[in-house]
Design a protein around this ligand. Structure first.
Ligand code: RFL
Ligand code: PHB
Length: 389
């Protein structure tokens, strides 16, 4: 088989890249390890930057998003009972959209099906070859049969545990990492959200986040030690802990119900440089991970796709390699700023094991400063709604 671009991974990055390339008459094949049902069952991000919404519009996949996405003009950061509103609209003129990653992925699959896209599920043992040649190839196994696709370029959109990054020789890449000593226990429940806007809560018992998917579907998180298991958290225990971390007014009004899903995600900052090795380009979680505190993971994957899709179209259709030559540097410049913001938000809102009393005072002082300074709120809002592509 032959195609222009082989895309490894059918998560949001791979699907969006394929959709944008197909619309520009660039042929693609997506190789995905999991079944479609499995990809669509992952509950992850919920907040889309305006730049992400614009990209989904350009990809022709925003019809349901426009109807069902919730526009959020602000969010709250709280410290016990202190509630600091960050009014994105007033501070930046922009807003974010609450629309689950699961929905974005489902919309992309629908659009790719309509275009007759080539998506192969349940592939195993993907191997990327001849990256330094003028053309490349990718081998994989499906239903016990070994296959090979020749292509001009390979996009590694296969997440943190994928094969793409590891294909680049260790001596040719540099990794940067910060592993946080806690995780987020998240639940989904069919209850009305605790508040109209998201609440990021600092408290003496640790961090909590009150988020949502729609008017009757809430998403909540509490910071937990990495040694905890979800099974140790009954619904009652979760609700009680969440209440103790939210401002009293919000906690009193909280509507609880059975959890639909319960899982613990570890928090990590990670980046691998460069994003290009020969004809292979890394995109999204395959190249970088941010802690979810800034709601940046999915949005960063989309800005990588923005740079790469233009670059590949220029290279394949206009014989212009300037974009692919600049991809790594351009994408990394934005990635590092989102890494900084996510790290800063994480430090500002979480309790670290064994920390001293000074650290807790620093968090309180930061939140108190945010309450008083419009300049500080604007800086946060500018990063939260997303830096320009
Ligand atoms: P994904 O979504 O991980 O998709 C990668 C796809 O590649 C497939 N794959 C392979 N396919 C073929 N061969 C292989 N060898 C393969 N190895 C893997 C996988 O099956 C998968 O379908 O990466 P992508 O597309 O770059 O998208 C990035 C986003 O998913 C990610 O940044 C966010 O979801 C991160 N993230 C969160 N971000 C937020 O902004 N807010 C959140 O609340 C939030 N929660 C999360 C998250 C990520 C999590 N991970 C990675 C476990 C919660 C979790 C649990
Ligand atoms: C979510 O709704 O899952 C969510 C929202 C904001 C974040 C992280 C996760 O910062």
């Amino acid at each position: 088989m032959k195609t222009e671009v082989v895309i490894i991974g059918g998560g949001p990055s791979g699907l969006l890249l394929s959709q944008l390339l197909n619309r520009a008459n660039v042929s693609t094949v997506i190789l995905e390890r999991a079944t479609r049902a499995r990809v669509l069952s992952r509950i992850r991000a919920g907040v889309l930057e305006p730049g992400t919404v614009q990209m989904l519009h350009e990809a022709g996949v925003d019809e349901r998003l426009k109807r069902e996405g919730l526009e959020h003009n602000g969010c709250f950061l709280t410290d016990d009972d202190l509630m600091v509103q960050i009014n994105f609209r007033q501070l930046t003129g922009k807003s974010v959209t609450v629309y689950g990653q699961t929905e974005v992925t489902a919309d992309l699959y629908t659009a790719q099906d309509e275009m007759g896209a080539n998506i192969v599920h349940e592939v195993e043992d993907v191997a990327i070859q001849s990256l330094d040649q003028t053309s490349s190839s990718v081998e994989y196994t499906v239903k016990g049969e070994r296959k090979r696709i020749d292509c001009a370029y390979v996009a590694g959109c296969d997440g943190f545990h994928g094969v793409s990054r590891k294909t680049i020789p260790a001596a040719k890449r540099r990794e940067f990492e910060r592993v946080y000593p806690f995780g987020w226990l998240g639940i989904l429940s069919q209850t009305p959200p605790a508040n109209e806007e998201l609440i990021y809560a600092n408290s003496s018992r640790g961090f909590a986040l009150a988020s949502m998917r729609n008017k009757n579907l809430s998403r909540y998180y509490v910071q937990v030690p990495l040694s905890d298991e979800p099974d140790a958290w009954s619904d009652d225990r979760f609700w009680q802990e969440l209440r103790s971390r939210l401002p009293a007014e919000t906690a009193d009004a909280l509507v609880t119900g059975p959890s639909i899903e319960k899982s613990i995600a570890p928090l990590r900052s990670f980046a691998s440089e460069p994003l290009r090795w020969g004809n292979l380009f890394l995109v999204g979680d395959a190249a970088h991970i941010v802690p979810p505190t800034g709601a940046k993971g999915l949005n960063l994957a989309v800005s990588d796709v923005f740079y790469l899709h233009q670059a590949l179209i220029d290279a394949l259709k206009r014989d212009n390699n300037a974009g692919i030559d600049a991809y790594s540097e351009r994408a990394l410049a934005r990635i590092w700023k989102a890494m900084r913001f996510s790290w800063q938000m994480t430090n500002m809102l979480h309790q670290f094991d064994g920390e001293d009393s000074f650290a807790a005072r620093m968090r309180k002082a930061t939140l108190s400063h945010l309450a008083q300074s419009e300049t500080a709120r604007r800086e946060l809002a500018e990063n939260y709604i997303g830096l320009p592509f």
